[in-house]
Structures are given as C-alpha cells and as structure tokens.
Design a protein around this ligand. Sequence first.
Ligand code: SF4
Length: 449
Amino acid sequence: MHRKLYYIQTFGCQMNDHDSQVLAGMLEELGYAQANAPEEASIILLNTCCVRGNAENRLYGHLGNLKPLKEANPGLILGVCGCMVQQASEREKLENEYPYVDLVIGTHNIHRLPVLLSMVMQGQRVFEVWDENKEGIPEDLPILRPESHHALVTIMYGCNNFCSYCIVPHVRGRERSRKPEDILREIRNLADAGVSEITLLGQNVNSYGKDLEADIDFSRLLAMVNEVPGIKRIRFTTSHPKDLSPSLIQAMKNLEKVCEHLHLPVQSGSTRILQKMNRKYTREDYLNLVRSLREAIPDIALTTDIIVGFPGETEEDFLDTVSLVREVGYDGAFTFIYSPRIGTAAASYPDHVPEEEKKDRLYRLNEVVNAFAYEANKQLLGSIQEILVEGPSEKSAAIYQGRTGSNKLVHFELPATMTVKPGQELSLRIVEAKTWTLTGEVVEKDFKS
Ligand code: SF4
C-alpha cells in the first residue's frame, strides 16, 4: 500500500529548518512519507517566517497558489505554522481571508501536530497558538534530518534582547535553555548514527544556561560536546556580541573540534545607530572583540549580518558601517534592507530612510562585502585545506562539495578510482577562488588511500 504524502515548505532561518525537521519526523511516525511536490501531498505545511516583510508576502503568494489544489482536492489538509502565526493580526488575516487553511500551529506547540491533525481530520478547522510553552521544552520528539553527516541541534529557544528592529522575542518568547544532559544525549545518539558535524542552534547561544539551575554556560557546554566520540566538527549560531565572553573565545581556541568560524552579527558600524537598535555594544566594543578573537585564533573566519537603512541612518552612519566592514575584512556577510515589523519599537521611530536610498546603500555595501569575501578566498589559493565532504554538488553529480572548518564551500572532482562518503575528511589543494566558493584538488595522500 502506498503511504500518504506530506509536503513542508520552510521560510526563514535555521531555527525554522530545525522545526520543519521535527514536523517531518512526527509526520513520518504517523506513517506519512515526504512528497516531491505539493501536488502529490495530502498534507501541506507552510512553516513561516516574519523577520522580513517580503517573507510574509511570499507566504501569502504561496497560499494563493495552493488554493486550486485545495479546490480540486477538498480532503487536502493545508496548514500554516511558524513565527508569522504568533502574531494575532496574521492569524486574523488567515482566518478571514484564507478560509481554505485548515490548521494553524504556533512556534511553542509544534509537538501537538499529531493531536491537532486528528482534530482537522474529524472536520474541525483548528487554530492553536500558544504565547509561551506551557509544558516546558518537549524532549525526544522524532526528527527527520535531511543529511546523514550533519545535524542541527537546538540548545535554546527564544531571546531576551529586544533589539528594536526584531520580531523574534515577540514570536519566539523568552530564552529557555535545554538541559545539558538532554543536549548531550541527542548528540551522542547522532554520533552513533554516523553524524560527524553538528551545528548548535539558538537565537543567542552565548547566553546559554543563564536560565538553568545547573552551573553551566555556553563555553562549558562546548567543552562537553567536544568530548563526544564520533563528532568531528562543532559549529554554532547565532552569537550576540554583547554576550561573547573571554571564556568562549578561549573555548574556541582550545577545543579542537570547534570550527575556526564565527558568525558575529554587527548590524551597523555606527554607535549612534547601534544604540537605537538596542544592541548594547558600541562600534569600539565590537572591534575590540574582533581583535581579541584574531589574537586568540589568527585564522578565524568572521561573517556577519548587516542592516542598512535603519530609521534615522544618515549617510555618515552608513559610511561608518562601510568603514567597519573594511576594518574587519569579513569573509562574508548577509546584508539586508531594514523593513519595519509591526509590534517592534523601531517601526514607530521617525525618519524612515527612503527606499531608493536603502537600495543604493545596500548596493554600495555589497560591493565592499563581496570584494573582501573574494580577497579572503584568494588568500587560500595554493593552500591545503581539510574539508568535510557533503556529497555531490547541487549543480552536477560529477562535482563534489565540502566545507573547510572556516565554513568555505569547496568544489572538487574525484579521481576515477576514488569514492567518498558524506562526513569524510579530505585534504584538498585550493586551485581556484571565487567570491563565494573555492575549487580544490584532492591531494596525493588522499588519492592513494
Ligand atoms: S538578539 Fe536581537 S536580533 Fe537576535 S533574535 Fe534576539 S532580538 Fe532578534
């Protein structure tokens, strides 16, 4: 008998990717299998993001596209979950303007999917969104991970910081850390299943443990994870600069499995704008952190997030951001145009920057970011890099890809007599550098082995 199929579309960040993996795990336990396209599915879930306005617009566009499927197949269950539905205004819109949506689940109760699905199957239209997680952090939920060698592991949920532009604390709630023993159990199980690289996830991993009774912080958690046999590489995201402690820098320096890459969102190079963003550090604080990191870990790769066009950002503020990018010389950056989020403090700030100006600043910033990313990659030409193999590249089955510890994507061809598996370590000589990728050749010792 054919299994019924589900289709999950994920918008937004790695937290949402992880939630979608949990949703998929629960559906697989219910006997469903993954569909390749929404047309094949009897359950479609859209896991939404509300960090930027265009993600919301895209969601409503997708919902409109799915309407004919629902009309052709009234038994199809169409659900919306994720950050967007934590906002009452969006729920009202879904309830009133999208009557063909059967199910809405918030971020705090995704573990209730099986119960809520059965209610929908009995003919109810179910909207269940909690403001907080009333039952504590659910452990041991099934999870369907798409890669055999790499896993996302959530270590904490929520955020306490209330950066003035950010909707996350409003939709994901306050910081809640998982117990270290639960995290370690999950990672040991992953290692037993063949996972060699993990990414520890949280909105602000540097404040991990502050809400726990146990005497633990993020650097100590990293030391514990470092001891798990079978795990070769440890990554983590996201780090707030204000909570990046000297002990974490030392942990990154001393723990051999922690990768030499840090994503450290700066958001702006202007202290005046950083204050308006409620980031709680100055330009100088940030640059001092970068100096400390580079002193401790000279080959560390640094990436960042930057917002341009925050309310009140002048050309001078923007040029401060450009000069900070030049001073740090990032390996890469995610750059964004500020978009107001209803419910955040900054949405009501005066002096919104005209759209044309924002676009112009983004363009100018990207020119600088890209030049530094290319320069950082060029520095690696001729060097030997240890990569962890990911598998065939997205473009061609004949070209493989893997990542350096510094998180650089490297493409390479395999000698005809050689095979590799995802998660395997391999030495490559870097022979070509582009802005976002490198090309490598397998070095002799690996070729022979
Ligand atoms: S640290 Fe700031 S930007 Fe990051 S999730 Fe928390 S409030 Fe949002």
